[in-house]
Write a protein that binds this ligand. Structure first.
Ligand code: UFG
Length: 338
């Protein structure tokens, strides 16, 4: 029988791409999203690209009664939990907002799951749990330690999951530590649509390329990297979505963390060069001071996910930026214009 999966944050960037892949694999999908940082238009696109219906609930998961209702109304068998606040800088300014939102919603979910006899949980974690890495590429066994409230919510939730799994062996939990998700659906209909000024590099680069912003700031030209700009492990969002399906299908008793990355690093200057090539646009930039809290290099060791989940990210940087550009050029203002 087809399984019903609850996808929280399913209207967002990674959640929407994962929902499409779930539908294409014949899962039934229930989406819960408060639309605080996403658009209801994404739901319509998910249905089109996934050639199936989804049940959409606009809910705030910090209200436990509303979470309970989702489980009462649908035969949910597993939860993929993306919903959460995710801006590092904002989390430093509003720590209580981050702790209350990210922790309360997750605890409501986990407690309602147990009450409804649902034990399969895939959590949207982040490479941010490695803090300033001592070893590159970073294996899952590396020490953890977040450097800001956002990162600490991810780490605290990971620890809560580990404690639950230790206390009750019915739990089957995967903690997916994403590196730098970029790109868009190949159709050009689904992509990243940040509100306000983008915090992340690729959306900013794309908004410069499409003419929405004048110039990019490159945060630091004196890092200890081959060209002096920061190096990250960028991963195509559709590869990342496939990683969630693999994790869901390979869940086993306990709580396991997996790095989802490619294992390849790209610098900010390489991103700019590749984006200029695929878009045919010039991307003006200034090299400015380092951004506080940044690190020189972040790079995944994805061996564990390759081996245990049978999953590998195979789209290269050119594919990531080609798809990001298709989305941005077809929808210069994101979902606002569609
Ligand atoms: N960068 C710029 N200019 C910009 C934006 C970013 O030069 O306008 C640089 C950064 O300094 C960094 C690289 O581009 O070297 C990537 O920056 P992003 O903001 O896109 O990504 P981060 O690696 O800083 O952040 C990501 C996630 C966070 C997570 C963090 C650590 O977006 O959620 O990784 O894991 F906390």
């Amino acid at each position: 029988m087809t399984k019903t999966i609850l996808v929280t944050g399913g209207a967002g960037f990674i959640g929407s791409h994962t929902a499409v892949e779930l539908l294409l694999r014949d899962y039934r999908v229930v989406i819960a999203d408060d639309l605080s940082n996403s658009s209801a238009k994404a739901i319509e696109v998910i249905k089109t690209l996934g050639s199936a219906d989804v049940s959409f609930h606009e809910v705030d998961l910090t209200d436990e009664a509303l979470v309970a209702q989702l489980f009462d109304e649908h035969p949910i068998e597993a939860v993929v939990h993306f919903a959460g606040l995710k801006a590092v800088g904002e989390s430093v300014e509003k720590p209580m907002h981050y702790y209350r939102t990210n922790l309360t919603s997750t605890m409501n979910l986990l407690s309602q799951m147990a009450q409804h006899d649902v034990w399969d949980f895939v959590f949207s974690s982040s490479a941010t749990v490695y803090g300033t890495p001592e070893q590159l590429p970073i294996p899952e066994s590396a020490p953890t330690g977040a450097t800001n409230p956002y990162g600490r919510t991810k780490l605290m939730i990971e620890e809560i999951c580990q404690d639950l799994a230790a206390a009750d062996d019915r739990w089957r939990i995967s903690l997916l530590r994403y590196f730098n998700p970029v790109g868009a659906h190949a159709s050009g209909q689904l992509g990243e649509d940040p509100r306000g000024i983008p915090n992340n590099l690729v959306p900013f680069v794309m908004q410069v390329a499409v003419g929405r912003r004048e110039k990019l700031q490159v945060f630091g030209g004196d890092w200890d990297t081959p060209d002096g700009s920061g190096v990250r492990d960028y991963i195509h969002v559709v590869d990342l979505a496939a990683g969630h399906l693999a994790a869901l299908e390979k869940l086993r008793a306990g709580c396991e963390a997996y790095n989802l990355g490619t294992g390849n690093g790209s610098s900010v200057l390489e991103i700019i060069g590749t984006a200029e090539r695929v878009s045919g646009k010039t991307i003006p930039y200034d090299v400015v001071d380092r951004r506080s809290g940044d690190i020189a290099t972040s790079l995944a060791d994805p061996t564990k996910a390759n081996r245990e989940l049978g999953w590998r990210a195979d789209r290269n940087l050119e594919a990531m930026l080609t798809d990001a550009w298709r989305w941005q050029s077809m929808n210069p203002m994101g979902f606002a214009e569609n």
